[in-house]
Design a binder for this molecule. Structure first.
Ligand code: ZN
Length: 82
């Protein structure tokens, strides 16, 4: 299930290296939802419009403010059923 991260806000990374034709880089900020990479459906059911979708795996990254409903819907963070 290819869930990506969809954040309500984004934050520009300060470019600290040589400033030459470097495109701005953004990181997720605010609450982060899980979005299905194929169907563009958000796991908790909110509208994907207005969310910033990142090409990052939903389960990657630490200290993120993950949407509890998306966590519930994707099962991420819960012990496996097995
Ligand atoms: Zn959500």
């Amino acid at each position: 299930m290819p869930y990506k991260q969809a954040a309500e806000q984004r934050q520009e990374l300060p470019s600290r290296s040589i400033p030459r034709r470097r495109r701005p880089e953004f990181v997720p900020a605010g609450r982060v939802h899980a979005i299905d990479a194929d169907t563009r459906e958000v796991a908790c059911g909110i509208n994907a419009a207005g969310l910033y979708v990142f090409n990052r795996d939903w389960t990657s990254g630490i200290g993120m403010d993950r949407c509890p409903a998306c966590v519930e819907a994707t099962g991420y963070g819960r012990p496996p059923d097995a």
